[in-house]
Design a protein around this ligand. Sequence first.
Ligand SMILES: [Zn+2]
Length: 343
Amino acid sequence: MTSENLPGRFDRLRRLPQIGDQGGERLTRARIAVVGCGALGSHLSETLARCGVSSIYLIDRDVVEPSNLDRQTLYDEEDARCARPKAVAAAEKLRKICSGGNFQPFVADLDSTNAAELLSGAELILDGTDNFATRFLLNDFSVARGVPWIHAGVVGVSGCVLPVLPRRGPCYRCYLPEEPPPGAAETCDVAGVLPTAVAAIAALAATSAIAILVGRENEVATRLATVDIWRGRMGSIAVPRREDCSVCVRGQYDYLSGLKGTARTRLCGQRAVQVRPLGIARPDLAELAGRLAGRGLAEHNAYMVRFEAEGKTVSLFSDGRAIIHGTDDPAAARSLYARYVGL
Ligand SMILES: [Zn+2]
């Protein structure tokens, strides 16, 4: 993108001593990847595009739904009516905002088989995902390749941000060594999410992104920033590097190698897909059933939880495996699992 086609476009940004003309130029040459184009991904990609970042890979496996529109700011009613892939709709919207930008949509389920292809060339990766398995994969890629990434997550009225700078800070696994068991962590699809919490967390993550891209990486705090937007509370927690961290100390990239992580799927029967996450603990079915009470919970016993979601029936078994009836699309099944059970 050139700033010449609209003179003065980046004037207020470049007046900042933190940015300047030099920083502004670096932003226009930057190439980043936004993984997950939901609420956080909308805010992050739009903010960075408006700041001049002209090359953005937009990676997402889902389509726009009506329930997205309160917080996923790149999309409108027409996108939801047409069930357009988010990556495609996001790229088109960003081109309207910055016509010279190179916004590449990838309608894809990021996993160990395509991570190197989809992420290579990005100098910074932003987390707009909704699941731990993909975050662990991003962390593996980041540490293995020396590419910074910024973790961001929001549920309910709270969220957190952790910039991972492989050259000088802890990694995400220093903060969270293992994935929580399925159903143990809250998801937005079950617990809800306040749009202003997304905006606050995205602002923190985008600020760190800008600092890294203009060459001020050493001014970015490698601490976990936390926000409770409802009570107006902000904080930050030190994340020490774990002496035995499997990723940044021992160099074991189990999620990047495919040994753990992204759920395996297979078609089973007509309009049904089995999702089997790899390398995770057994789910707490009782806790998940409690969370789903009143939200389409159909059945719960010692061996399984069955519930209805988005016109599909999910049967989650005590070994963490689920069968999703009502679809024959593996990516859609994985997405449903991630959003209602948690991956
Ligand atoms: Zn680590």
